[in-house]
Design a protein around this ligand. Structure first.
Ligand code: ZN
Length: 439
């Protein structure tokens, strides 16, 4: 059994210990719980393009105040009302790069609160059970956001003056691919940084108090998109199924092919643990008021995930079309339509940030002090704002506590992992930006 706390004591200088002492479990729990409930459920922001987006204004104001209290120059940028992005800058005292710490303020919605028994059916009330803190947003990503704030706080409280600029960038609209958040900030406002660390879940492993765990360093992301396949058959009376081509039945048969279908792609350096594939997310067939008829139209909505560099919307639609075509064969009694879901975005995969460049070098140096080895590099399949920063040329990575693949109901985060991640952030910031004075 490895005791990570024991490893810590012997591996850090007195100077580093002083910084680390400012980051405690108690402080993290208090801040995480405060952030988790701030402005909820209005900050819930579904990926579904046909549903309204979130409003992150309340948490944005809370976070703005916290960054101002740390001496940051804070600005808010909003492309639509009630959705301000927060950017705080702690100006460096010397020459150095600009490091962005990034996270998002929206969360997934809670659609079924009756499944949240771990929080007594109150999904925004942070609730502890052993080493886990449960709540919507605990893992994705307000618990992580708390880690980034504690890291800056530990530096400021110790009077540390950094050489380079430390930028905190907290976005809205991340859960639906960044239109009003990271896309707006990079494309319209033109925010720039040399390096960026997105504090989103990349952790893995079991009980963190027993030491068997780690955090991947996600140096690239997979892409995704939403596609609809509509099958059209013939409407008939329920009493005469022999005269219908029931579109629901045809679509259901088609799903078993779509679920397994391969996508044309080249093998790349970091493939991510999910290969290019589909996930069926909705099926829509049958109209209210027509229960006496079998439906003539059924639409399957699917996510294409695990997209790697080189794949694009055209290649994906062509692959799906070939699959549907071979399913239909020479039948004349059914037809099909394939299209990207209206108002959804195609998110391409990103190219890896080189491991021998920042911020990877410093993250690995610090990570090794805590964990005894370097972080495992990978491609993260989920969307993160990391993608939008990488698209404009920033060396942007994802690195944070919270499980990659957290539970959709009863979401949780390991308290041990979160506290250590906050400590890692603090030392990584120092490592990358350098110290002008302090301690
Ligand atoms: Zn997230």
């Amino acid at each position: 059994m490895i005791n990570v706390y024991y490893l810590m004591d012997q591996n850090f200088s007195e100077f580093e210990q002083k910084i680390l002492n400012g980051i405690t479990e108690e402080r993290w729990l208090k801040l995480a719980a405060e952030l988790i409930k701030a402005g909820q459920p209005r900050a819930c922001d579904p990926l579904d393009p046909d549903l309204p987006g979130g409003e992150e204004e309340a948490i944005a104001m809370l976070i703005s105040g916290k960054l101002e209290a740390l001496g940051m120059d804070v600005k808010r940028y909003e492309s639509v009302p009630h959705r301000p992005n927060v950017v705080g800058i702690l100006k460096g005292k010397g020459k150095g790069p600009v490091l962005m710490m990034n996270d998002h303020m929206d969360t997934y919605p809670v659609v079924e609160p009756h499944k949240w028994n771990k929080t007594n059916y109150k999904p925004f009330e942070a609730t502890r059970d052993g080493d886990l803190l449960y709540a919507r947003g605990s893992s994705d990503t307000r618990g992580n956001l708390a880690c980034t704030i504690l890291a800056a706080q530990a530096l400021v409280e110790n009077g540390i003056k950094l050489k380079g600029d430390l930028m905190y960038c907290f976005c809205v609209d991340e859960e639906r691919d960044g239109t009003h958040g990271s896309i707006y900030l990079t494309k319209e406002i033109g925010i720039k940084a040399d390096y960026s660390i997105t504090a989103e879940p990349t952790a893995y492993g079991g009980d963190a108090t027993k030491g068997d765990w780690g955090m991947n360093l996600s140096i690239a992301n997979g892409g995704h998109c939403l596609i609809e396949v509509t099958i059209e058959g013939d409407k008939a009376h329920i009493w005469r199924p022999d005269t219908s081509n029931n579109a629901i039945v045809e679509a259901a048969r088609l799903i078993s092919y779509l679920e397994k279908m391969p996508f044309s792609h080249e093998i790349t350096d970091f493939m991510g643990h999910t290969p290019p594939c589909t996930t069926i997310v909705r099926i829509r067939g049958g109209l209210p008021g027509e229960m006496q008829f079998s439906p003539d139209s059924c639409t399957i909505t699917l996510a294409v995930v695990g997209i790697v560099p080189g794949m694009n919307l055209e290649s994906i639609i062509l692959d799906i079309e070939n699959e549907v075509k071979s399913f239909v064969g020479d039948r004349k009694d059914i037809t099909y339509k394939i299209n990207q879901v209206k108002d959804s975005l195609f998110v391409p995969a990103t190219d890896p940030v080189p491991l021998n460049e920042e911020p990877c070098l410093s993250i690995n140096k610090v990570y090794s002090k805590f964990m005894g080895e370097e972080a495992i590099p990978n491609r993260k399949n989920a969307f993160n704002d990391t993608i939008r920063f990488r698209e404009v040329g920033i060396n942007a990575v994802t690195f944070g506590p919270g499980e990659d693949g957290w539970a959709p109901d009863n979401e949780s985060i390991s308290i041990t992992k979160a506290v250590i991640a906050a400590k890692m952030y603090a030392l990584t910031i120092v490592e990358i930006l350098g110290i002008e004075e302090g301690l």
